[in-house]
Design a protein around this ligand. Structure first.
Ligand code: NAP
Length: 286
């Protein structure tokens, strides 16, 4: 029988772990969220992040800026948050309006407060397997893969997508687990033949129901990162769940799979960042 990799159930476990840890701190861990504009999905994601944070005792401070805001204003705000000892993490909700340079904004965040793990210093630390703040969605994907199998050594994984946010870091995390990783992208030829090599298949493309059962190896673990709307405005992933569930041995659903794990690992990163700033050793059992 197929194993459903239930992100909501795992999120609940992480919620309890975080709640316990927050209670032991003398300070209120605080996350600053910078949201620019009114991009509809971003408004929903920010609301979910605030709600989950509140449920574990993490405070959030929302800086909701107009789309016309200047780069200088954003950089000054980030500098102030970097210097504020009462702020332990800074989240820049992506995407930002095209008038702003997201790379410049990400690089302005102090790496020790970079809870999204997107600063080049943290990306480099991930690459070199040094302790740092790693991107949240890839950590959530790895958590779900471990629900399927703890020891991944020697397996083959195919990651479809190579963004800095998801594809590249999940490929790196899997490599650190001694998995042989193939990274596919929009220029990959014969994609179906490649994806069928994967004992693990992670899909982060952003195309609704792009992966059907003929892309999937029998018994594979399939992680669906994609979030899109279908023609009836229902949330769907990159994987055609109904078709793929007949060949995979484990699959993460959309919604209720990777999404809740991303929020969970954002708050885990916030706790890590907070403890680093307070010179505390963080012991989080998942
Ligand atoms: P992105 O930056 O647009 O990257 C998409 C990747 O897919 C690119 O590397 C692109 O290749 C590749 N691609 C596009 N068409 C392809 C094709 N026909 N065959 C193979 N590869 C193809 O997107 P992203 O930020 O990684 O996000 C991907 C999806 O995950 C989106 O739906 C996003 O909403 C979702 N997401 C979900 C969460 C969550 O928490 N669940 C978090 C982040 C993102 P090239 O590099 O060659 O262009």
């Amino acid at each position: 029988m197929i194993q459903i990799l239930d992100g909501l159930k795992e999120q609940e476990k992480i919620r309890h772990t975080l709640l316990e840890k927050v209670r032991t701190l003398d300070v209120k861990p605080t996350l600053a969220i910078i949201l620019i504009g009114n991009h509809a999905p971003s408004l929903i994601y920010v609301a979910r992040k605030k709600e989950f944070a509140a449920s574990v005792g993490i405070e959030t401070k929302l800086f909701h800026l107009d789309t016309t805001v200047s780069l200088d204003y954003c950089l000054t705000l980030i500098q102030q948050l970097n210097q504020d000892p009462a702020i332990h993490g800074i989240l820049l909700q992506l995407p930002v309006p095209q008038t702003l340079d997201s790379h410049q904004l990400i690089q302005a965040v102090d790496p020790i407060k970079d809870v999204d793990g997107l600063h080049p210093l943290n990306a480099g630390k991930l690459m070199q397997q040094q302790a740092g703040l790693y991107p949240c969605t890839p950590q959530g994907c790895l958590h779900l893969i471990h629900c399927w199998k703890q020891n991944l050594s020697g397996l083959v994984a195919v990651v479809v997508g190579r963004s800095n946010l998801v594809g590249r870091p999940i490929a790196t995390l899997l490599t650190h687990e001694n998995v042989t990783v193939i990274q596919a992208h929009s220029h990959t030829k014969n994609l179906k033949e490649i994806t069928r090599l994967g004992d693990v298949l992670v899909v982060a493309v952003g195309k609704p129901k792009f992966i059907t059962k003929d892309f999937v190896k029998d018994g594979a673990c399939v992680i669906d990162v994609g979030i899109s709307k279908d023609t009836e405005e229902r949330t769907v992933g990159d994987v055609d769940f109904e078709s793929v569930k007949n060949v995979a041995s484990a699959i993460s659903p959309v919604p209720g799979g990777v999404g809740p794990m991303t929020i969970s690992y954002l708050m885990m990163n916030l706790m890590k960042a907070c403890c680093l700033q307070l010179n505390l050793v963080l012991t989080l059992s998942k």
